[in-house]
Design a protein around this ligand. Structure first.
Ligand code: NAD
Ligand code: ZN
Length: 400
């Protein structure tokens, strides 16, 4: 149960504090903007022997240097889906043919509904059917769904083969392709079957986003925005100043947004690869967001849309807990709205909200744990009285 006494100072003292963000070790944010970024930019991910690079730039599918130095193997398998494959697999295949004797391809059915055992098996069918050995490199060409499935297949095939992420959605470029979480869904829970498995490289070709539907771009922006309040106040200022350029996919702005998001995610993951603590701050807006997604039925709102609205609710709850000013809530709400994301929650019964949030992975012994903002650029994990949570939801629900 959430505590119901509402003793603010005590609660603040009890709040589990994470190290102040814009944290030591996190590279400065705006230095990169003083001169036009050269393409591609490189974000190193330091995880000892599992270290790898994220490359970010335009037209990387045809940039020879971005593909050199990867694990050598006779065979490569491009894992993609029926939407992305027809757009980009031929170009990727032509590049990979310079490095591998055989470049195979499997096109999975598109959509979260197919992120399951049956679809995963199509990858193993392709590998085993073609007699691929334990050195075969998998290339995940697609959004987060393809990346999560190809990564999990790579972790399992012959107990582990190398894989490369070639994310084609903004969400995958700034979030899902970084950090090494791979998974498929089970009918009883999303992402419940998976493994931690790091890619050999992540290649973010920004020009691939040009075919992305506008709604998917906005959904990805939600995850970009999230990095500001939790870790880097200056990045939030920067996003506010450049949100229109981001929506227009202006090259330098996009490159900076992807780069800074990856740096912040890498910094968090570098300290907590297996999510025992700090990594949970990446779920800002997600406790409310997951309730919206599962309450409405998956597929109604995109994940990023639910997270956008969830961040408004989490910011308002932070304000209700006395951690931030109302001006911050209004500011974040305005930005989320400008990014093309919903800021009013869907109508659901109070009991349903609480029930949905209690089954969230972050709930501990029935207490809902929220990622709240405790001053700009700093996140805390804590509970809150149910009355406050419901008050905040009511104040931000769309009227029928
Ligand atoms: N592993 C992690 O740490 C992590 C983090 C966040 C999310 N995820 C997972 O990521 C998934 C969501 O990823 P997503 O938002 O990328 O969704 P997605 O992979 O379903 O892609 C969204 C849609 O865009 C299409 N698409 C992709 N690239 C395109 C392009 N360049 N042009 C045109 N269409 C394109 C896809 O075919 C799909 O229809 C979820 O399954 C989620 O669980 C994982
Ligand atoms: Zn998310």
């Amino acid at each position: 149960m959430a505590t119901s006494e509402g003793r603010l100072p005590e609660q603040r003292a009890l709040a589990q504090r994470f190290p102040a963000a814009v944290a030591p070790g996190l590279p400065p944010t705006l230095a990169a903007m003083s001169k036009p970024p050269s393409s591609p930019q490189r974000v190193p991910i330091a995880l000892d022997e599992r270290s790898y690079d994220i490359l970010i730039g335009q037209n990387l599918l045809s940039d020879e240097a971005s593909w050199s130095g990867l694990p050598a193997s006779a065979d490569a398998l491009i894992v993609t889906n029926t939407t992305v494959g027809p757009l980009y697999a031929a170009q990727l295949s032509a590049m990979l043919a310079r490095h591998h004797r055989r470049v195979l391809q499997v096109q999975l059915p598109d959509g979260e509904a197919h992120k399951d055992w049956v679809t995963l098996n199509l990858i193993f069918d392709a590998l085993l059917g073609a007699g691929c050995d334990r050195k075969t490199v998998l290339y995940a060409l697609g959004g987060g769904v393809v990346g999560d499935m190809a990564g999990f297949a790579a972790a399992c095939y012959m107990r582990g083969v190398p894989f490369v992420q070639v994310p084609t959605t903004l969400l995958a470029q700034v979030d899902s392709s970084v950090g090494g979480k791979t998974a498929i869904n089970h009918p009883l829970g999303k992402n419940m079957i998976g493994a931690f498995y790091q890619p050999a490289r992540v290649i973010c070709d920004l020009s691939l986003l040009r075919t992305l539907p506008a709604r998917e771009l906005s959904a990805g922006l939600a995850e970009v925005i999230k990095y500001g309040p939790i870790a880097d106040a200056a990045f939030l200022d920067w996003i506010e100043a450049h949100v229109d350029e981001l929506l227009a996919q202006e090259g330098d702005a996009l490159a900076h947004a992807v780069r800074r998001s990856c740096e912040i995610k890498a910094w968090v993951v570098g300290q907590d690869e297996r999510e025992s603590g700090l990594r949970a701050i990446l779920n800002f807006g997600h406790t409310f967001g997951h309730a919206i997604e599962s309450g409405l039925g998956y597929g109604q709102w995109l994940h990023g849309e639910a997270v956008g609205c969830g961040m408004v609710l989490a910011a308002a709850l932070s304000q209700r807990c006395g951690l931030v000013e109302d001006a911050f809530v209004r500011r974040l709400t305005r930005l989320i709205e400008r990014a093309g994301l919903p800021v009013r929650a869907p109508a659901m019964p109070e009991a349903r909200w609480l029930e949905l949030m209690r089954v969230d992975k972050k709930a501990e012994a029935g207490e809902i744990r929220f990622v709240l903002i405790d001053g700009m650029g700093r996140a805390v994990m804590r509970g809150a009285p149910d009355e406050w949570v419901l008050e905040v939801i009511a104040a931000h629900t769309a009227r029928a």
